[in-house]
Design a protein around this ligand. Structure first.
Ligand code: TRP
Length: 336
């Protein structure tokens, strides 16, 4: 096995990338993948998507959009392994091996499952009403994603930290029973990465319906930015950047110099409309070239498919021998 640190993360293919995903996850991941001391694995978690989304068209479309996004933004697919989960059949196979060592009680404690149960209790329903096994077993599939490639570090949002603890727990049980096969992965929650406010000032998130899509055409992007909520202070009045979401969004895209100048402009009473215009120009400049590449990829899904197939081939160079080793470890072997 290589001595390089392995970093791995998955993106569930249920939605359309927005500016918050870009600033909070995609941009830092692409930057991190250039670190020569790490080997990075990024994948489209389409099996996970089935737990959250029942619309086949949407899963397919989201897979294309997310893959095209990462490629358009310059993910180096020579350096990192970029693949689709469902192209690696060793992952669901490992899921079963892990399912057999996972305590049901551990899954009972998963936040997402518990939330569903609590909701049912409150509604006076059976506790497991409407809970599919996919939701219940979601953390085991996620553990398989991670353990399949013996990732050391897994960059995730805070909401996924419990899943990482579960992956460690499952890995430990497997190692204890069958020998040391798995690295114990660590969650990497980046506290420095800005959480971008959405158009209403709360954290930009699909669940608040306050997002700005990453690949809006120029005019629509401008319009969306113009709609970000501000207070009613007039032009000429000094304004406080630290309580203005337009400023937080600006800061997430700006250089330190640009930030300083914008803070000064706030003190000098810049009009909200002018802040937004400058914000639009800043974001648009950064996204203009990748947007063209994105449009080209969306219109050429076969090209995206080829990239993913190549990624899967590279992933399977690792997963195929490893699943053989694991099958042997549990006693699934040739006879004689
Ligand atoms: N569950 C993660 C999320 O909702 C996505 C995911 C699936 C993932 N498999 C993973 C993240 C493996 C990191 C590692 O965000």
């Amino acid at each position: 096995m290589t001595s390089k640190q392995r970093v791995l993360t998955g993106i569930t293919t249920t939605g359309t990338p927005h500016l918050g995903n870009y600033v909070g996850a995609i941009k830092p991941a692409i930057a991190a993948s250039r670190d020569p001391d790490t080997e990075s694995f990024y994948f489209l978690a389409d099996y996970h998507a089935l737990v959250k989304c029942e619309d086949p068209e949407r899963v397919q479309r989201s897979t294309l959009e997310i893959a095209a996004t990462w490629l358009a933004l310059g993910l180096d697919t020579e350096r990192s392994v970029f693949y689709r989960q469902s192209d690696v059949p060793e992952i669901p196979e490992l899921t079963w091996l892990l399912t057999c060592v996972t305590a049901k009680g551990l899954m009972n404690r998963a936040h997402a499952y518990k939330a569903a149960v609590d909701e049912n209790r409150e509604a006076g329903e059976d506790p497991d009403f409407g809970v599919p096994m996919g939701l219940f077993c979601y953390p085991i599939l996620m553990a398989a994603d991670i353990l399949m490639f013996n990732a050391h570090r897994v960059p995730v949002g805070k909401d996924q930290v419990q899943h990482l603890e579960m992956a460690r727990d499952i890995a430990q049980r497997f190692n204890h029973r069958y020998g040391e096969h798995f690295v114990l992965p660590e969650a990497e929650v980046d506290e420095h990465v800005a959480t971008l406010p959405g158009t209403d000032g709360r954290k930009m998130s699909k669940s608040y319906d306050n997002t700005i899509a990453l690949w809006l055409p120029e005019k629509k992007l401008r319009k969306a930015i113009m709609k970000i909520k501000t207070n009613s202070q007039e032009p000429g009045e000094p304004k406080d950047p630290d309580s203005a979401s337009v400023y937080s969004v600006y800061a997430a895209f700006a250089t330190p110099d640009q930030r300083e100048r914008m803070r000064q402009a706030f003190a000098d009473g810049i009009a909200w409309g002018e802040v937004k215009q400058q914000l639009f120009e800043l974001i648009n400049r950064e996204l203009e070239a990748p947007r063209e590449r994105y449009e080209a990829l969306i219109n050429d899904p076969a090209k995206v498919e080829r990239e993913l197939a190549r990624g899967a081939e590279r992933a399977r160079e690792l997963s195929r021998p490893f699943i053989e080793q694991l099958r042997d470890a549990v006693g699934i072997r040739r006879l004689g």
